[in-house]
Design a protein around this ligand. Structure first.
Ligand SMILES: NC(=O)c1ccc[n+]([C@@H]2O[C@H](COP(=O)([O-])OP(=O)(O)OC[C@H]3O[C@@H](n4cnc5c(N)ncnc54)[C@H](OP(=O)(O)O)[C@@H]3O)[C@@H](O)[C@H]2O)c1
Length: 343
């Protein structure tokens, strides 16, 4: 028996035409909204901005500190390694004021009221250090405008390998389970507890002292696209990402920016909590350039962008495709991390 389809009526065609136009209009407005946003700099000129960079002794945080100092911002650099803090402080002082005599720059441990550049030796995961940092920001500058959380730790090994399981089907030992708990605690401490304590201690200061408060979390593509040998890194970065996305809803006065870069050049793998081998070929050379990443983060903060994917096409599309065709992303991911499942 043949079934005849009813002809499309004029009103159905018109409705579908208008709904298409409406969708196109909404997409265009959303895309252009970013351009129309009043620039933060008109409220908070560059040289008045007070920026604290948590995790500024190396990598992306160090380059961010240099770039902010160069454009005249006041910069507070935070990290645990004293000798590197001293180096970053000196670099920032010179970039901010090229006429300054190197010999006139005081040691990193010296902090005085109204210092344009100062350093705080602190561990983000220690509550006392969080209170100390807030106290210094209040006493030196009277508050803060921009908080950038760069600190993080990596992990590099397949999870069961960390637990000491060498062959598929082999039972895990008590020592293996204990080791997993230890490594997982270290990953969560570095990637979740540090950002958590930073948020809890600095949000009240931002809200009470800034005309245009902003927070940037340097998250990772790994927070939204799963990867082999990075399970603990992915999970701990995802935890802080959703924490900050939720905080953005709880604190509408503050602009939250979450940055999700793919691999960035540098020595991040040295921070691995599981001390595993690096499997990718030359990861330190082939990543995104730190200068570019730092510039993009500063631009995102200037425009109040919510999410930044670096590179956009790779991370945004990778994320999207994972939900449409996960097996394709899984194959790609195994290849990228040079991982072959044990059989
Ligand atoms: N590199 C990449 O391929 C990549 C890709 C995507 C996302 N990311 C993310 O980008 C961020 C920065 O990475 P990076 O490549 O710049 O790494 P990095 O060179 O290892 O820098 C990490 C910084 O964080 C500080 N830090 C770590 N734990 C800390 C703690 N508990 N308290 C205070 N400071 C702490 C370190 O200083 P001290 O040791 O002196 O404390 C260092 O200054 C990380 O959150 C990472 O997840 C990196």
């Amino acid at each position: 028996m043949l079934l005849s389809t009813p002809p499309l009526s004029l009103s159905t065609l018109t409705a579908s035409k208008y709904s298409g136009l409406l969708i196109a209009l909404v997409v265009t407005v959303l895309a252009l909204r970013r351009r129309w946003n009043p620039k933060r700099l008109s409220v908070l000129p560059k040289h008045q901005e007070r920026v604290v960079i948590l995790g500024a002794t190396s990598g992306i945080g160090r380059v961010l500190a240099q770039q902010y100092a160069k454009r005249g911002a006041r910069v507070c650099v935070v990290g645990r390694r004293a000798e590197l803090l001293a180096e970053v402080k000196t670099e920032c002082c010179i970039l901010r004021d090229p006429s300054i005599e190197r010999s006139s720059i005081l040691p990193a441990s010296h902090v005085a009221q109204n210092d344009a550049i100062f350093a705080v030796q602190a561990d983000l995961t220690a509550p006392e250090d969080a209170i100390h940092t807030v106290g210094l920001l209040r006493s030196v500058w009277g508050g803060v405008d921009t908080v950038i959380i760069c600190a993080g730790v990596s992990s590099l090994r397949p999870l069961l390998e960390v637990a000491g399981v060498e062959r598929p089907g082999e039972d895990v030992s008590l020592t293996g389970i204990r080791r997993i708990r230890e490594v997982s605690d270290a990953a969560m401490k570095g990637n979740f507890t540090g950002p958590l304590l930073s948020a809890v201690s600095l949000i009240p200061l931002l809200e009470s002292t800034s005309r245009s408060p902003s927070v940037a979390l340097i998250s990772s593509a790994a927070a939204i696209i799963p990867a082999p040998t990075r399970s603990l890194y992915c999970a701990s970065k995802a935890a802080s990402l959703i924490l900050f996305q939720s905080l953005a809803i709880e604190h509408p006065k503050i602009k939250f920016t979450n940055v999700m870069p793919a691999t960035v050049e540098g020595d991040f793998r040295a921070s691995a909590v599981d001390a595993g081998p690096v499997r990718e070929s030359s990861p330190n050379k082939h990543g995104l350039k730190r200068d570019y990443v730092a510039q993009r983060i500063i631009k995102a903060l200037d425009y109040g962008e919510k999410e930044v994917f670096l590179p956009w096409w790779f991370v945004r599309l990778g994320h999207l495709f994972y939900w449409i065709v996960p097996s394709v992303i899984e194959v790609f991911s195994r290849k990228k991390y040079n991982f072959t499942p044990a059989t």
